[in-house]
Design a protein around this ligand. Structure first.
Ligand SMILES: C[S@@+](CC[C@H](N)C(=O)[O-])C[C@H]1O[C@@H](n2cnc3c(N)ncnc32)[C@H](O)[C@@H]1O
Length: 176
């Protein structure tokens, strides 16, 4: 994850801020944006990352975002896509919503748990079934090909790595 961070970074779907606490930014002066739908997640993460004096944005990434005059050089979306409703085609609108917040050539990175196109153990299948039933996950139709296609249709240098049923992705927005 560290290789995908810049000193002008936005994290979307912050959760409890675990990764931000443990990651290393490439500079001591860091501009950090936190974006999440949930006010509690933002509050906990903003406290945890208080050394960066983060900018906090409460917003739904599935809707167009308000204007942003100071754009970011990198954005992370860790363990977010498999929680969002819909399929990867509809979820991927979030990349379009992020576009006006990103500088040309920005790094987009993230991770998500997939149902298809990745190896799934018996336990993973059972757990995913239960989590989807309980609406903790929403990834019944998420597959590796769809993720690759949504990223490739928007970005350059798309890299995907599969570890178990988790896909890690990295790409760059158009440089111009
Ligand atoms: C599983 S957590 C990810 C936590 C963190 N990124 C990590 O890797 O540990 C998912 C986060 O996405 C947020 N989220 C869910 N739907 C969202 C939406 N539509 N817009 C913005 N954030 C959303 C949740 O509030 C939660 O903080």
């Amino acid at each position: 994850m560290n290789q995908s961070l810049t000193a002008n970074h936005l994290d979307v779907g912050v959760g409890t801020g675990f990764y931000l606490e443990h990651c290393t930014f490439p500079a001591t002066e860091v501009r950090l944006g936190l974006l999440d739908l949930n006010a509690n997640s933002l509050e906990v993460t903003a406290k945890r990352a208080s050394r960066y004096t983060p900018e906090v944005y409460q917003a739904d990434i599935l809707q167009p975002l308000p204007e942003q005059s100071q754009k970011f050089d990198s954005v992370s979306l860790n363990y977010l896509l498999h929680c969002l409703p819909g399929n990867l085609e509809t979820k991927a609108t979030l990349f379009d919503h992020l576009a006006p917040w990103l500088n040309p050539g920005a790094t987009i990175s993230g991770s998500t748990i997939l149902q298809a196109g990745v190896p799934r153990s018996f336990v993973a299948k059972r757990l995913m079934h239960v989590y989807n039933q309980k609406q903790i996950f929403s990834n019944v139709s998420d597959n590796l090909d769809a993720l690759q296609s949504q990223l490739s249709s928007r970005y350059t240098d798309v890299e995907l790595e599969v570890i178990g049923c988790v896909a890690l992705f990295r790409a760059h927005s158009n440089p111009h």
